[in-house]
Design a protein around this ligand. Structure first.
Ligand SMILES: [Zn+2]
Ligand SMILES: [Zn+2]
Length: 327
């Protein structure tokens, strides 16, 4: 894997390493007459630190040349290194207020209570007791990967952001991450879209209790709105820049419609979210993959429940079953 690739108008795509199957997250360095703006530094690991230091050395970028660190969303693979990068560069970290609230909930002072509540939630949806300790360790293990945490300034959807001397609109799209931001310039057809739309990867859509009551609905509605943007090149959070924006969104919409249909057909018999997840994704998932697969399954089941296609049943834990024809 190359450390970085120069894209049009001097945009540098930095492939910051990740210890997950995704392999890397794209940071972007964008030059302007004040220095460099950096989008999404990555996850805080020793490998990611070394990677950025090597990229800065290769491009002769001094830490003080980075004047802003901008985050598309709060997920640890994007936010995690922001505090370290801020300490090195002294640059402000700009992100959405909704995203920052999530970081504090998951990795702030109350992170143990939050992890406990998430574990109870998963157990209530059928996660076996034998996996609880692993899941708890997984949830708590992210704190060190996002520390030190940065001081942040909020940026809002509807405002504009200067990227490379050009004015970009800040758009908000939830579903993959609550309050996820995208940066779009209609005049040039360029969008920095984070993880909301990616080539080859269907962005994870997770239900988390107390955040978004119907994240799949948020995701599908936002995709329908974003599909009509005139995009010439899209810079995603993972994989490589792509050009088939509307077509890719059409594929993602189709994927979820098919998956909803799959769940609906399976739920002639009652099943828990955990059982449905195993039926769809199989038995060979790491705890990391299981957590995302289970949360994604829940996003689909809750969407179907809210659409009155399935209903809750079950006594010891929550199960779902297809609804008869509702009057
Ligand atoms: Zn993400
Ligand atoms: Zn990501």
């Amino acid at each position: 894997m190359d450390a970085f690739t120069e894209r049009e108008q001097g945009v540098i795509q930095v492939r910051a390493p990740l210890p997950f199957p995704l392999r890397w997250i794209n940071g972007y360095l964008i030059p302007d007459n004040k220095g460099w703006l950096l989008i999404d530094p990555g996850l805080h690991t020793a490998e990611a630190e070394q990677h950025w230091q090597a990229v800065f050395a290769e491009l002769s970028i001094r830490p003080q040349d980075v004047h802003s660190i901008v985050l598309t969303h709060h997920h640890p693979d994007h936010y995690g290194l922001a505090g370290w990068m801020q300490q090195m560069t002294s640059a402000p970290v700009l992100m959405a207020e909704k995203g920052y609230a999530q970081t504090q909930r998951m990795w702030g002072a109350g992170h143990r209570e939050n992890a406990g509540a998430m574990l109870d939630f998963y157990s209530g949806h059928g996660l076996p007791a034998s996996l609880e300790a692993d899941m708890s360790g997984h949830l708590l293990g992210f704190v060190e990967l996002v520390s030190p945490q940065p001081e942040v300034r909020y940026i809002q959807p509807g405002e504009s952001l200067e990227l490379g001397g050009e004015t970009y609109q800040i758009l908000e799209a939830s579903g993959h991450a609550y309050g996820h931001l995208l940066f779009y310039r209609a005049a040039s057809g360029v969008i920095f879209c984070g993880d909301h739309v990616m080539p080859h990867i269907s962005p994870n859509v997770s239900y988390l209790p107390g955040v978004d009551e119907n994240p799949l609905d948020s995701f599908l509605k936002s995709l329908e709105q974003l599909q009509s943007l005139s995009v010439r090149v899209a810079y995603p959070g993972h994989r490589d820049p792509f050009i088939n924006w509307s077509e890719r969104i059409g594929q993602l919409l189709h994927h979820h419609q098919q998956r909803l249909q799959w769940f609906e057909e399976r739920l002639l018999e009652p099943m828990s979210a955990y059982e449905s997840c195993r039926a769809l994704f199989g038995d060979r998932l790491s705890i990391h993959q299981l957590r995302f697969a289970l949360s994604e399954t829940l996003a689909h089941l809750i969407f179907l429940e809210k659409s009155r296609k399935i209903k809750r049943c079950g006594e010891t834990y929550i199960q779902y079953q297809r609804q008869g024809e509702t009057p």
